[in-house]
Structures are given as C-alpha cells and as structure tokens.
Ligand binder design. Structure first.
Ligand code: NAD
Ligand code: WQD
Length: 338
C-alpha cells in the first residue's frame, strides 16, 4: 500500500513511518517542520534502508495536497500533523483551532477530491477531560476537555463522524492515544521537544542527563495512592503497531470507529521517577511544586475494544519505555541537532 503520513517527521510519525516501511508499504510524508527536523526522516530512511517521498508544506495548503495526491496513488492517510502543547493552546487558541480543525478539514476535502477515503486520525485522551470513573472507555463522556487543545481534537472527532455519516465511501479510524513515551530501540529516533519540554518523561530524562537542574513534581495532594498525578504511559512502538492494525481494519470496514490506545495501567509521577532512577543508577533531583493549572488527578484507559476489534495490545512495559527513552536521550543529548 502507499500511505500518506501528515506530520510524519514528528515524534509519533517517525516511529509509525518506520513500521510502515518495515511492513513493506510505500510512504509519502507532508510536514512543514514547524515542530520537527528533516534529519528525522533521514534517520528513518537509514533504519529502514529505503526512501520515502517527501513534501515540505502546510496541510492547510489545498494546492499542495492536490499535488501530493496526484503524484502518488495513496491508499490510506495517517493524519498526525497538528499542534499539541496544552499550555500554548490556552495562550493561542486560534492557531490550535486553525491548524488542528482547519487543517483536518482541508485534508479531508483534498482526500475527497482525490478519491481517497481511508483516514486514521491522531486523537488524544485529553478529549475525556476530568472524569471520576476509571478506566476510560470509548463511551466515557467527551463533553468537557480541559484545554483548547483537547477541544480542538474533540471537534475534529465530531466533524469526522458527521462527514463519515454523510458519505458511505469513507472509512475513518480515530485513535485516542494516552501518554506516549519511549523511543525506537536503536536510539536513532525519538522525541525531540523544542525548548522546555512540557511533558514529564522528556523533562525527567533532560534532568537525568544534566541539561536541567531538577524535576518539579506538580502537586502531591491529588486523591491518588501517593498524591501525585497518575497517567497511562504507552510505548510509542506500541502506538505504531496500533496504526498498522487500524490501516488493516480500514481495508475491510467502512464507517467511523474510535479506539483507545493505552496499556490499561496507571503510574504516578513518583513511580516514574523511581523507575527512571533505577535505570540511570542514581537519584534524580526532584522537588515538589504547586499543581499545574488544567491538570487532572488520574487517567488510564480501558483498551479492551482495541484488543477485541484490532487484535492490538500494548507489549512494552514501563521499564522498557523509560530505558528506550533514556537511550535516545543519551545518544542524542540535543535531539536531532546533537
Ligand atoms: P509532533 O509535534 O512531534 O509531530 C507533529 C508534526 O506535525 C511535526 O512534525 C510538525 O512539524 C507537523 N506539523 C504541525 N503543523 C503542521 C502543519 N500545519 N502542516 C504540516 N505539518 C505540520 O507531535 P507528535 O507527538 O508526533 O503528535 C502527533 C499527533 O498525535 C498530533 O496530532 C498530536 O496532537 C497527537 N497526540 C500526541 C500525543 C503526545 O503526547 N505526543 C498524545 C496524544 C495525541
Ligand atoms: C504527566 C504527569 C503532570 C511535567 C499531556 C496532554 C495530552 C497528551 C500528553 C497530546 C502529570 C506531571 C509533568 C513535569 C510533573 N498530549 N508532571 N512535572 O498532562 O497527562 O498529558 O501530554 O495529546 O493531551 O494533555 O502529560 O507528561 O505533561 O504530565 O510533575 O515537569 O506528570 O502534572 O501528572 P499530561 P504530562
């Protein structure tokens, strides 16, 4: 198959791209490098031993998308391109709605013009917002995400569901990722945050390597076993495997379907710190700080639907996830610019 990856140069896109190439698919990437580097694509090509078709540009550029679809006969689109920083989305909501919502509409329109009707969309557990009942199933309410970022993803889900209902030719898979972490085992590709990392694991590994002084643990008075926030961390290679299974599913099934991609297990911030300390073999400087605005206490997935319908289940545990993230950090202390 020929698969188009929007945002393919980013953290999750690079890992999925590698798995697509290893599975024998051809790949086209569209990325504007607003949050990534061309070096990431070169690393994937070196690991896979083959080349991809690449277009630098914005998914909101209809003429570019038309050229992309004319140039290669695309079977399925994996749509990663988007903005993902929760804090930034509070400061600049219009650009989040423009890129995440407007960009997806532009992509779906271009797909329709080209006669390509299979789409996998990167959604997030952020659509669930704060919930009392754990684990989260795909039927848990999504009416109150806590940020413009989460709301932009929820809007896209709604738009895609409406679009699918209006035209029986479409097959759309929505994957709600929980908290992605880890890296390919080679240490050649991984997460390369620009500036100060917003997420726990990249921040912690930058502390471990000495680039940052200490990890601030945001809140130790949550109603969780040790008072710190609990999340469902999922290895990026498990996410990648889930995408390939969704691509296969869409060959046989029309319509709109949503799946959680999580492990079904929650870990607290202090558990992450302890596990990372075991891996790096020394204490990680930490301090307790105020709760971060907009944070929820806990969140983990019920991944049963993905197991039942896709045959997908997370294979990597927390130790492997942190060891792989740490290997990438050590080999590439400054990311792709190391
Ligand atoms: P990322 O920022 O590493 O990758 C996104 C890629 O999209 C980048 O390469 C960026 O340059 C590109 N991009 C951004 N705007 C674009 C535009 N207008 N046109 C073309 N390219 C554009 O992010 P990621 O972690 O790989 O996330 C991929 C997707 O998964 C995003 O949609 C994100 O919202 C979603 N997601 C991520 C997480 C996470 O924690 N990483 C969790 C849940 C969902
Ligand atoms: C995890 C835990 C923090 C940093 C966000 C998005 C979500 C998804 C993943 C895109 C929380 C604590 C963090 C630090 C800390 N992204 N923490 N010190 O907030 O669950 O999810 O990223 O879709 O949509 O909302 O992930 O890694 O930021 O935080 O104590 O320096 O670590 O308070 O409990 P989060 P995170």
């Amino acid at each position: 198959m020929h698969i188009l990856l929007t945002g393919g140069a980013g953290y999750i896109g690079t890992h999925v791209m590698l798995c697509c190439l290893e599975a024998g698919h051809s790949v086209t990437v569209v990325d504007d490098f607003s949050n990534s580097s061309p070096k990431a694509i070169a690393r994937v090509e070196a690991l896979a031993g083959c080349r991809v078709v690449f277009h630098q540009g914005d998914i909101r550029d209809a003429a570019l998308l038309d050229r992309v679809f004319q140039e290669s006969k695309i079977d399925t689109v994996l749509h990663f391109a988007g903005l993902k920083a929760v804090n930034e989305s509070v400061e600049n909501p219009l650009s989040y709605y423009d890129v995440n919502v407007g960009g997806t509409i532009a992509l779906a329109q271009a797909m329709g013009r080209a006669g390509v009707f299979r789409l996998v969309f990167s959604s997030t557990a952020s659509v669930y917002g704060e919930q009392e009942k754990m684990p989260l199933t795909e039927s848990s309410p999504i009416d109150d995400p806590t940020s413009p970022y989460g709301r932009s993803k929820r809007m896209v889900e709604q738009i895609l569901e409406d679009h699918c209902a209006s035209d029986p030719r479409w097959a759309i898979a929505v994957l709600r990722y929980f908290n992605p972490a880890g890296a390919h085992i080679s240490g050649q590709i991984g997460e390369d945050p620009r500036g100060t990392p917003a997420n726990l694991i990249p921040y912690a590994t930058q502390v471990a390597i000495g680039q940052r002084a200490a990890l601030s643990v945001f809140g130790n008075d949550y109603p969780t076993p040790d008072g710190t926030g609990v999340r469902d961390y999922i290895h990026v290679m498990d996410l990648a495997a889930g995408h390939l299974m969704a691509v296969d599913y869409l060959r046989m099934h029309m319509g709109y379907r949503v799946w959680n991609l999580g492990t079904g297990r929650g870990h607290s911030v202090l558990q992450i710190v302890q596990e990372l300390e075991n891996i790096i073999g020394k204490p990680l400087p930490t301090n307790f700080a105020e709760r971060r605005s907009g944070d929820i206490a806990q969140c983990w997935a019920d991944p049963a639907r993905a197991e039942r319908e896709l045959g997908w289940r997370a294979q990597h545990d927390l130790n492997e996830m942190l060891a792989d993230h740490w290997r990438w950090q050590k080999l590439n202390p400054k990311g792709y610019d190391s």
